[in-house]
Write a protein that binds this ligand. Structure first.
Ligand SMILES: Cc1cc2nc3c(=O)[nH]c(=O)nc-3n(C[C@H](O)[C@H](O)[C@H](O)COP(=O)(O)OP(=O)(O)OC[C@H]3O[C@@H](n4cnc5c(N)ncnc54)[C@H](O)[C@@H]3O)c2cc1C
Length: 248
């Protein structure tokens, strides 16, 4: 159930030139439990005093079973002129903001017994999949294939790329495709692709009988990929979506 609590910033680092990884703890000392794929909201006021809120997917790697985690990690992309961007990019360690959560159902369901999981993301849309890593390890152990297709403009914008590549090295059923739409990596790695996520998706040949797909991030990418998967014959309940739209 969603609760309201202060979020105190205890650490942060720049993940990419315009993405800040922020580590919070609950300022009220109570535990925070979430299911990977869920998000938190931050509550604040515009300069004219009107209340507003924004959503951020939880990136924390915990046990992945809904048990409490010590920190609430998010990755915040810089949006020009954005109200939450201004608040979050100026927030200093030790300062607190109003938060609530967890929310959302963009989660891996225990009841799913699919043979293959297609996880597609652009930008900060990859953060739910980072939180899902412990669950993906369990899927790997049961022999399910997981394909993470991640679109970025260039290598510096490939968030958590090292973590996903390290995971792929130790989990034989996990495949990580990095799709570079503007500047390829030099030298390219075996699973790098030139172009948008649709390039790698076509290559892995979506299979309506055995695949379930998760799409997260830029709304245009989510819509285009949804259309492509629907055309490939995936049943709509097997295409799960999280669009990063501003919730004003
Ligand atoms: C379920 C959910 C989860 C989300 N998770 C994340 C997350 O993990 N990380 C993250 O960075 N964001 C995430 N978002 C988006 C986030 O909630 C905000 O919308 C985003 O940070 C912009 O807020 P802002 O107040 O800075 O900009 P706003 O003040 O809302 O917008 C300023 C201007 O920029 C435009 N704009 C808004 N968002 C974007 C954008 N993404 N790209 C380009 N232009 C934009 C607006 O139309 C407006 O003109 C998520 C959204 C949802 C619904």
């Amino acid at each position: 159930m969603a609760e309201h609590f202060p979020l105190r910033l205890i650490d942060s680092r720049m993940l990419a030139p315009s993405v800040r990884h922020m580590v919070f703890e609950r300022g009220d000392g109570k535990p925070f439990a979430f299911v990977p794929g869920q998000f938190v909201q931050i509550h604040f006021h515009y300069d004219d005093g009107k209340p507003t809120k924004r959503s951020y997917s939880v990136a924390t790697v915990g046990a992945g079973d809904g048990s409490p985690v010590a920190t609430i990690e998010i990755a915040v992309s810089y949006v020009e002129g954005g109200a939450a961007t201004k608040l979050l990019s100026n927030l200093r360690h030790g300062e607190a903001i109003d938060g609530s959560g967890p929310y959302g159902r963009f989660c891996l369901a225990d009841a799913d017994v699919n043979r293959r999981y297609l996880l597609v993301a652009t930008g900060t849309g990859v953060t739910p999949y980072r939180a899902m890593l412990p669950q993906l390890a369990r899927l790997d152990a049961r022999g399910a294939e997981v394909v993470l297709i991640y679109g970025a403009r260039n290598e510096p914008e490939l968030l958590y790329g090292d973590e996903f590549e390290a995971f792929a090295r130790t989990h034989p059923h996990f495949h990580f495709y990095a799709c570079f739409s503007r500047v390829p990596r030099s030298p390219p790695r075996p699973h790098d692709r030139r172009g948008r996520v649709q390039v790698a998706l076509a290559e892995v040949k979506p299979d309506p009988a055995h695949d379930i797909a998760y799409l997260c991030g830029n709304p245009d990418m989510v819509d285009q990929t949804f259309a492509l998967l629907k055309e490939a014959g995936l049943p709509i309940p097997h295409i799960r979506r999280e669009k990063y739209v501003s919730s004003r």
